[in-house]
Design a protein around this ligand. Structure first.
Ligand code: NAD
Length: 665
């Protein structure tokens, strides 16, 4: 067997430990030294190969894989090792072959094998589990099972594309692999990936029960086999609709999985390997892996300060779009949340939206009903001017108006304790100017969530001139503790993301005045890779809010000019989705058609020669120029952080790597 990695010395601490009980059942416990995670690196595979060689000579009754980590079963392949091998196809082939051979060896063992899963089981971790006869998973929320390779522009190539469709059928396997997200044990049991669910401390006894059933009979899946061309055709159509052809991995996955199920296992593994080598060399894959590492860095961001105890109690001021979204997210992360608004009507509307978010979360298997109920019990509401001294943090999310915010924040500060962090969710108002009106400006900071809160992972932490190091450190820890990705930005007009986004939205209105076609511009930018076109985005944000923020930016930035037709978007008082019409009309929140009423008012001249390419070039160039200005002004520390923030805060074409990376091409 050729070895991809060099063998480590026997002095190294081991990751895998085999114990054989009196019942002749082997238990391989996984516990990578000096880390909270278990990743599949060189040492892991060497040790596993050695153990498999060792037990091949022993007459065991069964074998169980279990992790000793509190929250991780196996987090998947060592991406750093993989990344460093990109460009060396021979090395990559060895990497894939080594994993495939090892998992084939597990599958070939002459006694039943079980993966006893508690905690994160992703990518290669699930592929190892699929090579076992059975999978038993803990019922705890920490257990999350998935194949996230597609998110990195690659595919599961250690047998995932081969074994999963043979286990659960082609359609379910394709959906699972293409989704690339982790699911809870209950859903995996429903799919047939997991055979049994039990409490964490009963994983071993449940595994022994399964071993006693003997090795598993392999079923022939005739339906998947016969229908694979039709299934593949429809899957490709749906994928192209979603990706606009910008991502090669999903199409490759469909090809490999649907062809693989019709051939023998060996041929299918070969297809996996060839597709992996092809995908890993694409720019898309390189950009997605870069973003993955930036995301990991944001999760580990440390700010140099002494951190007091964890933030566990928050008060949110305002239960509107943002306040409600923030409250729902915090409650789902086990933070005790008090929501304060000016009337019972506003609070009821806010609570209704929060309830809907929990219902959607349950339907999408993000959490189960008991977890949703427990989260809701973390929320209380008030309209009264009660004491807020027990709150670790206050997050203000009321109207975007300097005078109103100042007045409300000054009153609230008096009711907080001297340790309470006071944060504003303002989109663009100066943090330093707001702080200057407070009694404790050192406790004041911008914590800027993005809309919709439950989907957007980025949070900008905006530092005012007077914000103390301790407040910054606590804010960073707080944002990480609720599972969001912090990016620390300098206080400046529009901070980072809006500073780059608003000029693009304003430019789209200028171009609309020339080409007069809302749908054409929207479609072009979606094809470019934005999650939605600029006019749909304006309707989502609200035209009144966009005009307000853009005007503020234009007042504070020297070279940001508004086009002549910009104010016109407000004339009909049609502010977007929330009023039933903006650039499009809406019926019960569903987008209907272009609102000609508004478009006709914006038209300045029609230029037939404005090509699609010119439109996309001009719209992207505005963002690239503004991004470069932000770097020059030191709004963030590096182009990596800037690209990362734009992708996580706006969905900016991830496969292009962010505006700065894109501009280098
Ligand atoms: N909407 C977005 O996409 C978005 C995104 C990021 C940041 N922001 C910022 O978040 C803030 C809130 O925006 P929104 O869209 O949620 O507004 P919204 O109009 O949906 O909600 C504001 C809420 O604040 C309440 N409120 C007003 N005065 C209050 C007071 N004195 N005490 C308690 N509650 C009060 C209102 O009743 C309302 O429920 C703004 O600063 C905005 O710029 C908005």
């Amino acid at each position: 067997m050729c070895r991809w990695w060099s063998r480590r010395s026997s002095m190294d601490k081991s990751t895998l430990n085999l114990e054989i009980g009196k019942n002749k059942i082997g238990i391989i416990s996984i516990d990578q030294p000096d880390t909270g995670a278990n990743v599949m690196n060189e040492n892991f595979f060497h040790e596993l190969t050695d153990i498999l060689e060792d037990i091949s000579t022993q007459k065991l009754n069964g074998l169980i894989f279990i992790s000793k980590k509190p929250k991780v079963f196996l987090a998947g392949a060592d991406l750093q090792a993989m990344q460093s091998s990109i460009g060396d196809d021979d090395k990559l082939r060895q990497l894939i072959e080594y994993g495939q051979k090892t998992f084939n060896d597990i599958q070939a063992l002459p006694f039943p094998t079980v993966a006893a899963i508690h905690g994160v089981c992703l990518g290669g971790g699930l592929e190892l589990s699929l090579a076992c006869d059975y999978r038993v998973a803990s019922s705890e929320a920490a257990t999350k099972i998935g194949l996230p390779e597609v998110m990195l522009g690659i595919l599961p190539a250690w047998g995932g594309c081969t074994r999963l469709p043979r286990l659960i059928g082609l359609i379910k396997a394709l959906n699972f692999i293409l989704a690339g997200r982790p699911y809870n044990s209950k859903y995996c049991k429903k799919l047939g990936i997991v055979d049994a669910i039990t409490y964490k401390d009963q994983l071993i006894s449940k595994s022994i029960e399964l071993i006693n059933k003997g090795t598993r009979e392999k079923k022939k899946d005739l339906i998947s086999n016969l229908c694979s061309p039709i299934i593949s055709h429809f899957a490709k159509k749906a994928t192209l609709r979603k990706t606009k052809g910008n991502y090669p991995a999903p199409l490759k996955i469909i090809n490999v999985v649907s062809k693989g199920i019709k051939t023998g296992k060996e041929k299918s593994l070969l297809l996996e390997k060839d597709a992996f080598i092809e995908l890993v060399n694409t720019d898309v894959c390189k950009n997605l892996i870069r973003i993955f590492f930036l995301q990991e860095a944001a999760k580990k961001l440390k700010y140099d300060s002494i951190i007091k105890e964890k933030i566990s109690k928050a008060v949110i001021i305002g239960s509107g779009t943002m306040g409600g979204g923030i409250a729902q997210w915090l409650a789902s992360r086990n933070i005790n949340v008090l929501i304060k608004d000016i009337s019972i009507e506003q609070l009821s509307a806010g609570l209704k939206n929060i309830g809907n978010l929990f219902v959607k979360g349950v339907l999408k298997h993000k959490f189960d009903r008991p977890a949703a109920r427990k989260s809701i019990s973390n929320i209380s509401v008030t309209t009264d001017d009660i004491t807020l001294k027990d709150r670790d943090i206050l997050i203000e999310a009321i109207a975007e108006d300097f005078n109103i915010k100042t007045k409300v924040l000054q009153q609230l500060e008096k009711r907080c304790s001297k340790d309470t962090i006071i944060a504003t969710n303002t989109s663009a108002i100066s943090i330093s100017e707001l702080a200057s009106k407070m009694q404790r400006p050192e406790k004041f900071i911008g914590i800027h969530f993005f809309n919709p809160v439950h989907q957007m992972k980025l949070v900008e932490i905006v530092i005012g001139k007077q914000t103390s190091q301790e407040t910054i450190g606590r804010a960073v820890e707080f944002v990480k503790s609720i599972g969001k990705l912090p990016v620390v930005v300098k206080d400046s007009p529009g901070f980072l993301v809006n500073r780059i986004l608003l000029p693009y939205l304003v430019e789209s209105i200028r171009i609309l005045g020339i080409v007069g076609d809302v749908e054409r511009i929207d479609k072009l930018m979606v094809k470019f890779g934005m999650p939605m076109g600029p006019f749909r985005l304006l309707d989502e944000i609200g035209l009144d809010v966009a005009v307000h923020v853009a005007s503020d930016l234009a007042d504070r930035l020297d070279d940001f000019n508004m086009p002549g037709n910009f104010d016109t978007i407000m004339v009909n008082k049609e502010f977007g989705k929330k009023t039933g019409a903006g650039f499009y009309t809406y019926n019960k929140g569903k987008r209907m058609e272009v609102n000609d009423n508004l478009v006709s008012q914006l038209q300045l001249s029609i230029e037939k020669e404005y090509t699609d390419e010119k439109i996309v070039n001009e719209l992207t160039q505005v963002m690239v120029d503004e991004a470069n200005k932000c770097l020059y002004e030191g709004i963030v520390d590096s182009s990596d952080i800037l690209d990362f923030a734009m992708i996580m805060g706006t969905g900016w074409a991830p496969f292009r790597g962010g505006p700065i990376q894109f501009s280098k091409k």
